[in-house]
Design a protein around this ligand. Structure first.
Ligand code: IPM
Ligand code: MG
Length: 349
C-alpha cells in the first residue's frame, strides 16, 4: 500500500520537530510494509513571507490530494502585528475549514514515566489521567461573523444542529470503542443558546449509543474538575472555543504540553495531525524542542488516516520506552536535544 502525506513545517520549532516525525514515520512504514511519499507545502508566517498569504491555494490543493497532512506549528513575533487575515494562525484556521476537519481529537494521557512532572498532587495523579477531548473545530466563535466599529467590536457564536451532530457522532463512536464508555459533554447551557441546542442534539445522538454513559457539565465546573479529579473523564465533547481552552489545561496536567499529539478529522479518512504545542519562537533553531508531540501525531496519522494500527502502536510503545529510560528534553527538565530524542525513538523501533 502506498500513501501520500503532505508536510506543513510552518514556523518556529515546526520544521525541527516535523523532520523528526518524518524519519520516525519512514522507519515505521518500512517495518509495516507500507510506503509513504512526503511532499512539503507552505503554511503560516513563512508562507506569508514567500507568497503574501498564510495559506496559498497550492497548499490547499496539495492537502486535498493527500491521504493525510502532518503539520509542525505556525506563528511568531515577526508576524504579530499583521492584520488578522494575514496572520499565520489564519493559515491554520483556513486549512481546517478548507478540508472540513470538524472533529479535533486531543488525547490527555499521562505517561507512567512522567507522573512526577504533573503539576497536580501525587494522590490525584495516582488515580490516572487518560481522556480524550473531542473539540468541534469548524464552527462557533472562531468562524462566526465579527467586526470592529470605532470603539465597538463583536464576535458571534453560531451552531447548527448538523454541525453539532457530526462532531457528537465522532465522540460517541470513540467512547463506544473505549473501555469505560463514558462521555461528558461540556457547554454553558445556563447562559448560551448555542449550548442549549448542543445539549438537545447530544441527547438525541446519545439514543443511538445506549452503551455509552453520557453526562453534561458546565464549562466553568469542567475547568475545575480537570484539576480536581481528571480520572473522572473518559471522552470529553465540547465546542471550538471551550475545547481550545480546556485542551491546554488538560495537556499541562499530563506533565508537558510538548508531549501531546492531536488529530483533526472530517467525514472521510483524510486528517490533519499536529502537536498541541505552538511554534515556541523562544527556543526555535536551538535544537532543544521536544519532538515527541509531533512523533506521536505521526502515530495518530498512521492509525486514523492510513489504517495502520500496528505502526501507531509501535511508535507509541517506542516513545514510552524512551521516557522510561529517563531521557528528557528541556521542557521536562532534561538536557537531551531534539535529535537525541528522535534517535532514541528510532533505536527503540
Ligand atoms: C490550537 C491553537 C489554535 C486554536 C490557534 C493557533 C489559532 O491554539 O490549535 O489550539 O486556537 O485553535
Ligand atoms: Mg489552543
Amino acid at each position: 500500500m502506498s500513501f501520500k502525506v503532505t508536510l506543513l513545517p510552518g514556523d518556529g520549532i515546526g520544521p525541527e520537530v516535523l523532520s523528526c516525525a518524518v524519519r520516525v514515520l519512514e522507519r515505521t512504514a518500512e517495518k509495516c510494509g507500507i510506503s509513504i511519499s512526503f511532499r512539503e507545502a507552505l503554511i503560516g508566517g513563512i508562507a506569508y513571507d514567500k507568497t503574501g498569504t498564510p495559506l496559498p491555494q497550492e497548499t490547499i490543493d496539495r492537502c486535498k490530494e493527500s491521504d493525510a497532512v502532518l503539520l509542525g506549528a505556525v506563528g511568531g513575533k515577526k508576524w504579530d502585528s499583521l492584520p488578522a487575515a494575514q496572520r499565520p494562525e489564519k493559515g491554520l484556521l483556513g486549512i481546517r475549514s478548507a478540508l472540513e476537519l470538524f472533529a479535533n481529537l486531543r488525547p490527555a494521557k499521562i505517561e507512567r514515566a512522567l507522573r512526577a512532572d504533573s503539576p497536580l498532587r501525587a494522590d490525584i495523579v495516582e488515580k490516572g489521567i487518560d481522556f480524550v477531548i473531542v473539540r468541534e473545530l469548524c464552527g462557533g466563535l472562531y468562524y462566526g461573523e465579527r467586526g470592529r466599529d470605532g470603539g465597538d467590536a463583536f464576535d458571534t457564536m453560531a451552531y447548527s444542529e448538523a454541525e453539532v451532530e457530526r462532531v457528537a457522532r465522532v465522540a460517541f463512536e470513540i467512547a463506544k470503542g473505549r473501555e469505560r464508555k463514558k462521555l461528558t459533554s461540556i457547554d454553558k447551557a445556563n447562559v448560551l443558546d448555542c449550548s442549549r441546542l448542543w445539549r438537545e442534539v447530544v441527547a438525541r445522538v446519545a439514543a443511538d449509543y445506549p452503551e455509552v454513559e453520557v453526562s453534561n457539565m458546565l464549562v466553568d465546573n469542567a475547568a475545575m474538575q480537570i484539576v480536581r479529579d481528571p480520572s473522572q473523564f473518559d471522552v470529553v465533547l465540547t465546542e471550538n472555543m471551550f475545547g481550545d481552552i480546556l485542551s491546554d489545561e488538560a495537556a499541562e496536567i499530563t506533565g508537558s504540553i510538548g508531549m501531546l499529539p492531536s488529530a483533526s478529522l472530517g467525514a472521510g479518512r483524510m486528517g490533519l495531525y499536529e502537536p498541541i504545542h505552538g511554534s515556541a519562537p523562544d527556543i526555535a533553531g536551538k535544537g532543544i524542542a521536544n519532538p515527541l508531540g509531533t512523533i506521536l501525531s505521526g502515530a495518530l496519522l498512521l492509525r486514523h488516516s492510513l489504517g495502520c494500527e500496528e505502526g501507531a502502536a509501535l511508535i507509541e510503545r517506542a516513545v514510552s520506552a524512551v521516557l522510561e529510560s529517563g531521557l528528557r528534553t528541556a521542557d521536562l527538565g532534561g538536557d537531551a536535544t531534539t535529535v537525541q530524542m528522535e534517535e532514541a525513538v528510532l533505536a527503540q523501533l
